[in-house]
Design a protein around this ligand. Sequence first.
Ligand code: FNR
Length: 364
Amino acid sequence: MSADLFTPLELRGTELPNRIMVSPMCQYSCEARDGLPTDWHHTHLVSRAVGGAGLVMTEATAVEPRGRISPQDLGIWSDDHADALADITDSIRAQGSVPAIQLAHAGRKASTKRPWEGGDPITGDEGWETIAPSAEPYPHDAGAVPTREMTADDVAAVIDAFRDAAVRAREAGFRVAEIHAAHGYLLHEFLSPVTNHRTDAYGGGFEGRTRLLREIASTVREVWPDDDPLFVRISATDWLPDRDSWTVEDSIRLADDLAPLGVDLMDVSGGGIHPDQRIPSTGPGYQERYARRIKTETESDVAVGAVGGITTPEQADALIRNGRGDLAIVGREHLRDPYFALHAAKQLDRLDDVEVPPQYHRAF
Ligand code: FNR
């Protein structure tokens, strides 16, 4: 029997109760600019677990302070962060959902204001120097933050930061870790020839440009428990077809390289490396075709998650039933409707396959 949206997904020793994941979404809501979660993070994440999603992922959580997009981003660079996040993971698990964390470094896209304050680069005392594979700032209408080319020591320090973050994430109670290598942030900047002009072992051809991500995946896998899944989010394409850029073919090859290193799922997104990108469509399931290509063309058995424009239960269910992906990753629709998964179960006549909180039974 083929799987559908409410068929549990087994990854290693971890079972997701259904195929709906809350996509990582920055909340820009750390009040003291210290990367510590607030009541907002608790409410935001736990209410999506109450809403029935099988997996709830935190926003991009910075492995070092310099890796934050904005000063208000969440972080996991100290034991205090792990302690504070433990309350959230406990509450997510208590709802029968699996808590996941996205481990991130913003690279040259760090040091910006939050979107509702304009999103411009912060160039004064409040901002900081960013690091990237090459000393080229992200082109931004409002100027740019100074960007330094990473030295060999910087590369080693970033690998260490991801490893330490993974250790802390496990102590905090997360059961899935996702390495953020998409959307023009640091690891994507290494992958793409648009942003990586290094001449050392971390630049050049495909092997060199993918080296840092492969090393980080191996390092995280060494400290991440054998029973717990490891995801990697990529931009399947740079959407810059007219120049030497990252392509879907590169993504398929990358999936084949990451699977043997212990990566269990490719979370397939797109774009973000350069403002000149041309997105062919932002309609329903606009990135699904890339997930499907990776799923059908990879030689490994890595699982695939699709994200982008998934807004209806039927669409999410069809994705799984038709074998285009193993996990339906839902972002903005979860902001509109924290109970997306319970609504989906009701609409698809699958309420017997979800845990409706007893307090809400009369509503579903
Ligand atoms: C995002 N997105 C995002 N992606 C990511 O990998 N890490 C992140 O922290 C964020 N932050 C974020 C904040 C907000 C407010 C939005 C709306 C989006 C992208 C998100 O996870 C998702 O990939 C896209 O929104 C596309 O999916 P939907 O929204 O069409 O389901």
